[in-house]
Write a protein that binds this ligand. Structure first.
Ligand code: SAJ
Length: 434
């Protein structure tokens, strides 16, 4: 198709790996970010995101001269928009300001024959109803003069570079030619299947994937509450249920975090509130899960949290990443503080996180030394391989609360810990608060 130059707007968790991968596959790539710190950092050859393998791909792209980083777009054959689409915290409506301003910044540079691709997760019909009209301010017509497609990113944080190349990619064009041009572009590095469809279908596919995962985690979390009430070990029950060939229950935990699964289902609810009861209910279940963790810790601590010193182990939104956005572990810490507990935190991936009134450590020993309760919130590798006896030697605490089943199958005999686990009623005399 003769693409030579690509301009990619947004150099975050998706934009930066995508820009670098296109650059290492021979395209001239202009990476654009409106955050001057990101631009300066990359221009100085530093990478602002922790993601396995990313640093070396970015450096290779920069050193080859194929990747340039700057604060504004310039003319190109292809424009990719990969900016964040969070929600407004008060009403959970999609905050599309970054997409709108990225699209507006492309308008002066748009030329006949260009291809524009939106990758940001967006409410249904964004490409046709929001993006096309903005780009048409260029006096070019979508479909006739320039091409337009939606292609969602579907990569898992922690495995981004590998999944970028090997996952199936969906490309939804506003017409057939747009979709085919998108396929020719991504074929430069995508080794998985490339499926062509139309733009609104591709938008829905993305939202359906994350919504279905959210609902599946919500049922696991609700099972953990039921198991607690009925004196059952939810982890054992799930393992047995999953032996059924058509059952695949996910894992309960302190809740659902990150910038995708805890956000995207709301885009459906906003777009069609009258027909999304199940989706909204699952969101409420997952958002309320930190309260059940608090209840468990309160029971483990003997009925009250006020004045208790609690060491929270793991603060990121999921294991083995340095991403603390919408982290349920952080929410648990804040709820504990609100109950008057004195909280310290440990996370081996700490990078600039701060929580008012909480001492945070990258090392385990200072976080747990003076604790009354040790609370495990994220199944980081470091915690999965932790010997309970070694942990016990670091702390005066004898109460261990495990919300992610790190210690469920471990031998704690002789460790001196009393173990309390999410989804296992360890305190049968007291029932769940909610
Ligand atoms: N979680 C559980 N129990 C589980 C699985 C996950 O409580 O059994 C929690 C995690 O701890 C975390 C949250 O859910 O707090 C989300 O983690 P995740 O690993 O399920 O997903 P993300 O947010 O890292 O990435 C998802 C992926 N989507 C799906 O798996 C359907 C990824 O492929 C998407 O590209 C990404 O969202 C995105 O950017 O939309």
């Amino acid at each position: 198709m003769g693409f030579k130059k690509l301009c990619i707007l947004g150099l975050g968790y998706i934009g930066l790996p995508t820009a670098s991968t296109f650059a290492t596959h021979g395209l001239q790539v202009v990476g654009v970010d409106n955050n001057p710190r990101v631009v300066e950092c990359l221009q100085a050859g530093q990478v602002h995101i922790h993601e396995p393998g990313l640093r070396s791909v970015v450096l290779e792209a920069l050193q080859s001269g194929n990747l340039r980083v700057q604060s504004a777009p310039e003319p190109a054959d292809v424009f990719i928009i990969a900016v964040p689409t969070p929600f407004y915290p008060d009403n959970k409506n999609a905050d599309m300001r970054a997409v709108i301003s990225a699209a507006e910044s492309i308008v002066p540079h748009l030329r006949p024959g260009n291809l524009v691709i939106l990758e940001s997760t967006s409410p249904p019909r964004t490409t046709v109803d929001l993006l096309a009209p903005i780009l048409e301010r260029s006096e070019l017509t979508a479909g006739a003069d320039f091409h337009l497609a939606y292609s969602p990113e579907r990569v898992l944080p922690g495995r981004i570079l590998e999944e970028l190349i090997h996952n199936a990619r969906v490309i939804g064009g506003i017409d057939q030619v747009s979709a085919e041009m998108g396929r020719d572009l991504y074929r430069l590095f995508v080794q998985g299947d490339i499926i062509l469809t139309e733009a609104t279908t591709a938008e829905m596919v993305k939202l359906m994937e994350n919504t279905s995962r959210d609902i599946n985690i919500a049922i696991a979390n609700e099972f953990s509450r039921l198991a607690d009430r009925f004196g059952v070990d939810v982890w054992e029950a799930i393992q047995i249920a999953n032996l059924h060939p058509r059952v695949k229950i996910l894992k309960p935990g302190p809740g659902v975090g990150g910038h995708c699964i805890s956000v995207d289902p709301w885009f459906f609810v906003e777009a069609a509130p009258d027909i999304t009861t199940l989706i909204a209910a699952a969101r409420h279940v997952n958002d309320s899960q930190p309260h059940f963790v608090i209840d468990l810790v309160r029971r483990a601590a003997g009925g009250q949290l006020h004045g208790k010193r609690i060491a929270a182990l793991g603060l990121s939104f999921k294991p083995d990443v340095d991403d603390f956005r919408e982290s349920p572990a952080v929410e648990v810490v804040k709820l504990l503080q609100a109950e008057g507990a004195v909280v310290s935190g440990y996370d081996p991936y700490l990078n600039g996180l701060s929580i008012d009134g909480v001492d945070l450590y990258k090392e385990l020993a200072p976080a747990v030394a003076a604790a009354d309760v040790v609370l495990v919130l994220v199944a980081h590798q470091e915690l999965c391989s932790l010997d309970p006896r070694a942990l016990r030697r670091l702390t005066q605490a004898h109460i261990l609360v495990d919300t992610v089943n790190v210690f469920g199958s471990r031998d704690l005999d002789g460790s001196g810990f009393e173990l309390y686990r999410l989804g296992v009623n360890c305190c049968p005399s007291k029932t769940l608060a909610r």
